[in-house]
Design a protein around this ligand. Structure first.
Ligand SMILES: Cc1cc2nc3c(=O)[nH]c(=O)nc-3n(C[C@H](O)[C@H](O)[C@H](O)COP(=O)(O)OP(=O)(O)OC[C@H]3O[C@@H](n4cnc5c(N)ncnc54)[C@H](O)[C@@H]3O)c2cc1C
Length: 599
């Protein structure tokens, strides 16, 4: 089914619109509103924030006939997910070099976001922008000090192996890396870790929420008593590197349920997944996804007020009465109004827009003050020579700054990098994320937070080289580095007060209890964003999308709409574990530990 046909069918399903109705903006929107019981006029919704959660909410609401206006701080849409031009780098008719807040990957266990992506038309793709996803087939756990990295095939067990994995050189590298890892990880530690995974897999929901949510991952796997390899691979590797949360603090429930069970186990087994474990887009994110999405939303009648800062959500007589907005550069403030309001700002920006009266109306708003964000920042290295590291992502297990990376050009099969971007000499972009900003680096001993922008880039490049070069192999050569670009949301580095406007929600133990629901006690006010309580329980684009679906469903309930509710895909629950979880439910009620929990 083509994306436009699927949209036609979807419109007809949610709003009772016949196939003959034109798909222009106002007509189906009004018809859908009428069909949804919204009366003759269209009910208006102000969506605050134009990131993944705001755009997802706007999409679902517009399809159901609501008149949606999105208010966004930046002059562009997409929030943390968008890509951006590196200023002044396009020559000879080429586009500027592509930069980004941080690279994007779309694990196979995401199912809500892929559903939205399928409904965004793109060229001749039968499944919309979803058709722009490409599979990474390997992951590299890179080690430093000349130790061989562990190269792992990364695909569902049902997928046939990639021929490149079977090449003698690749097999040799995999075996060497595996042997090195196994030889450095004592057998009793491996057995202990496997036992802890079993404990979590068989724990009932209540134990996970009441007990494991309060226990830091570091303690749950007893990392402090284990070898350095155990700590780095199974402690820090699964937390700091992937979710920017310190292993010593990260919630066991979040790490075990979302990263280990959903991403690793279900991803590899291919159960309850949308696709392969590691997927990336085939071009810069805004080109492959965000811009087509904005065009689709405009065609559905969504209005965007860009360059508009939300300053305060105004409250009176038990309802939100308007939103005070202004241009970010300090322009005159004005009040905008709507029937309903969806706050889709990141938590650190949202909570400063909630005044004391609004907070008093729903205590879960004040609890959001307890949620924490941290720095995970992208740096892009533009390369003059093709560098083949791995066909997927690399985790620099030993890098003090918790670096992860991906080489992008190999996946951009619809682009010719030197012909399309920059000055014609750049052939690839090594896009990295730096997730640890408070530990000393290897060049100067300074933390990233203490460095200037240039020093951060130099140090991060050195840490990548430290892991990838060695044993007579030079993968990254200074002579190949054309230039670099760092997330412009980070300002003031090298000065007294470095700032980062685009931080990431982190998940220390107990975070779950402070995450609000999408519905609030205020009848016309709803929350979307990666901090809102969702089943996926990890600050991701999937969580942002799921939260928007929940916010829209709550709004439809409040509005008395008969429109079809947004479908929500929970994380996969392995049916064979349910009997063991039921036993654990009983044990939990009796105050007993999990059957497999030997302490
Ligand atoms: C470096 C990095 C890498 C990441 N990589 C991945 C990944 O590979 N895969 C993945 O799934 N997730 C990834 N994430 C997480 C993911 O980006 C976020 O969870 C998700 O994009 C959040 O979407 P959101 O809509 O909730 O918030 P945002 O994307 O932050 O969108 C909020 C929007 O609100 C706007 N806004 C803020 N304040 C105001 C205001 N006062 N007035 C008006 N507008 C305002 C912002 O400009 C923004 O456009 C990464 C995050 C980071 C930081």
């Amino acid at each position: 089914m083509t994306a436009s046909r699927s949209r036609r069918r979807f419109l007809s399903e949610v709003g009772g619109i016949g196939g003959a109705v034109a798909l222009g903006a106002a007509a189906p929107a009004t018809a859908a509103a009428d069909a949804a019981g919204g009366g003759g006029g269209r009910t208006s919704v102000a969506v605050l924030g134009g990131g993944v959660s705001g755009l997802s909410a706007a999409h679902e609401l517009a399809l159901r006939g609501y008149a949606v206006t999105v208010y966004e701080y930046y002059p562009v849409l997409g929030g943390k997910a968008r890509s951006m031009d590196v200023p002044g780098t396009g020559q000879g008719g080429r586009r500027p070099l592509p930069g980004e807040h941080g690279f994007r990957f779309f694990p196979g266990f995401y199912r809500n976001l892929p559903d939205t992506m399928r409904r965004i038309p793109f060229g001749g793709n039968a499944d919309g922008v979803h058709g722009n996803l490409r599979n990474g087939t390997e992951a590299l756990l890179a080690r430093n000090a000349g130790r061989p990295g562990l190269r792992l095939p990364l695909r569902t067990l049902t997928a046939p192996p990639d021929p490149s994995e079977l090449a003698p050189e690749a097999l040799l590298r995999t075996v060497t890396g595996l042997l090195d890892t196994v030889l450095h990880l004592p057998a009793d530690e491996v057995a202990y870790f496997a036992g802890r995974v079993l404990v979590h897999l068989t724990s009932c929901d209540r134990r996970r929420e009441d007990q494991w949510e309060k226990v830091p991952w570091w303690d749950f796997i007893r990392a402090a008593e284990m070898s350095q390899d155990y700590q780095r691979l199974l402690g820090i590797g699964l937390t700091r590197d992937l979710a920017a949360t310190k292993a010593e603090e990260a919630s066991t429930r979040t790490v075990a349920r979302t990263i280990l069970e959903a991403f690793v186990i279900d991803g590899i087994l291919g159960r309850g997944v949308d696709g392969e474990p590691d997927r990336v887009l085939n071009a810069p994110t805004s080109e492959a996804w965000i811009d087509p999405w904005a065009a689709e939303l405009r065609s559905l009648g969504v209005v965007f007020e860009l360059g508009t800062e939300v300053q305060e959500v105004l409250y009176g007589d038990g309802r939100v009465t308007g939103v005070r907005v202004a241009a970010p550069d300090g322009g005159a403030a004005r009040t905008v109004t709507a029937d309903h309001y969806v706050s889709a700002l990141p938590v650190e920006h949202a909570r400063v827009t909630w005044g004391s009266e609004l907070r008093a109306a729903d205590p879960q708003l004040a609890r959001c003050d307890e949620l924490r964000t941290d720095w995970m920042v992208g740096v892009q290295f533009y390369l003059k020579r093709p560098v083949r590291i791995v066909h997927g992502h690399t985790i620099y297990i030993d890098s003090p700054w918790a670096i992860t990376s991906v080489n992008q050009a190999q996946f951009w099969d619809v682009r010719d990098f030197p012909a399309d971007y920059g000055d014609g000499t750049v052939v690839d972009c090594l896009s990295i994320c730096v997730s640890e900003w408070n530990l000393p680096g290897i060049l100067s001993g300074r933390t990233a937070m203490e460095c200037t922008r240039e020093q951060v880039a130099q140090e991060a490049w050195a840490q990548c080289k430290d892991a990838l070069n060695g044993a007579g192999r030079v993968l990254l050569d200074d002579a190949d580095l054309h230039s670099w670009f760092m997330d412009p949301a980070v300002t003031g580095l090298g000065g007294p007060t470095p700032r980062n406007r685009e931080q990431l929600l982190i998940h220390p133990a107990g975070t779950l209890y402070h995450r609000p629901s999408a519905a609030t006690a205020i009848p016309n006010f709803f929350l979307a964003g990666d901090y809102v309580r969702t089943d996926v329980d990890l600050a991701t684009m999937e969580g942002a999308n799921e939260s928007a679906r929940r916010a829209v469903n709550a709004l439809l309930d409040a509005d008395g709409s008969t429109a079809e509710r947004c479908r929500i895909w929970p994380l996969f629950r392995p049916p064979e574990l349910e009997p063991l979880k039921r036993v654990d439910e009983l044990r939990y009620q009796l105050g007993l530990p999990n059957t497999f929990d030997l302490g």
